[in-house]
Write a protein of this length. Structure first.
Length: 300
């Protein structure tokens, strides 16, 4: 089940960029994010209620549900969406892949978890691979004020995402179900984004076109209801450090799709990056024999 959740998350979140591209333009960013999570929250809330699986959340835990919604269902998306209007998406992908490093650091601070050298090495390979994959795009970006702001927003969004992972672990340890917390949290997130939009004086509009509505449904149902449920399930089963390696694999899925449908060509540096990502995945998830065992078996 954990493997299935892992694969589903990578596949779904590796394809959401197609839908997000159709969300940008006519409708303000804040409105699109609010629509997405309001719809996702209602779908999840109603579905769990009908299935009699909606867990009542005690009032004392709601501040942590709100905190999770701030980190995973509102502020992080505001940062990423705005960042992508200022810098190339490849740069945002490179920064987001650093969630593996953020999760390791935050896990040490919050829970005293000391990551193994193998996981640290795997994370380093993964981030280095993403840098290689998007090096040309990053190098071509003009270094100006907008780029600096975009990079800072992407870093802030990644930090929010990482903290949200740890808050989810906290909520699960207190007996709160992932799906019920997501149902409440997504509705909270839609409200937070709407409040932010109201403060900025953003007017909510809607695009009735098939591309916008279709992408909104995909992002709400697959990207949010299913994607966040499977991702946070992996977080709570494998730990935030290992689960965060998925952020390295999302761009791989996106680039694979681009190769088939948009004519993207994998150059030597990008191919090296892909190999590094795969090596990192093996290091993070596959058991590696200890050096002492290795030397005993292969002693000259």
């Amino acid at each position: 089940m954990t493997g299935l959740c892992y694969a589903l998350t990578v596949l779904i979140w590796g394809t959401t960029w197609i839908a997000i591209k159709n969300q940008l333009g006519v409708v303000p960013i804040e409105a699109s994010i609010a629509y997405r999570f309001a719809l996702a929250g209602v779908i999840l809330f109603v579905g769990l209620t009908v299935a009699k699986r909606l867990q009542p959340i005690p009032l004392r835990h709601h501040p942590y549900v709100v905190l999770q919604s701030i980190c995973l269902f509102s502020c992080n998306f505001l940062c990423f969406y705005i960042a992508e209007t200022l810098v190339p998406s490849g740069i945002v992908s490179v920064i987001f892949s650093a969630a593996t490093i953020f999760n390791l650091a935050n896990g040490m601070v919050a829970f005293g978890q000391r990551p193994s050298a193998r996981i640290l090495l795997g994370a380093a390979f993964g981030v280095a691979g993403i840098v290689c994959l998007f090096w040309n795009e990053a190098a071509a970006a003009a270094f100006d004020r907008n780029v600096v702001i975009g990079v800072m927003l992407a870093l802030l969004g990644t930090w929010f995402f990482s903290v949200g992972n740890l808050v989810s672990v906290r909520n699960r340890k207190h007996g709160l179900s992932v799906t019920s917390v997501n149902a409440y949290g997504m509705l909270y997130g839609a409200g937070i984004v709407s409040a932010f939009a109201a403060i900025r004086g953003v007017e909510f509009t809607f695009d009735p076109s098939a591309s916008y509505v279709g992408s909104l449904l995909y992002l709400a149902i697959f990207g949010s209801v299913i994607g966040f449920t499977t991702y946070l399930t992996v977080v709570n089963r494998l730990g935030a450090a290992k689960a965060a390696y998925m952020t390295v694999l999302f761009p791989i899925v996106a680039l694979t799709i681009s190769m088939f449908f948009e004519g993207y060509q994998l150059g030597p540096l990008a191919a090296l990056g892909l190999c590094a990502v795969l090596v990192g995945n093996v290091l993070v998830f596959s058991p590696v024999p200890r050096l002492a065992v290795f030397t005993r078996r292969f002693r000259l």
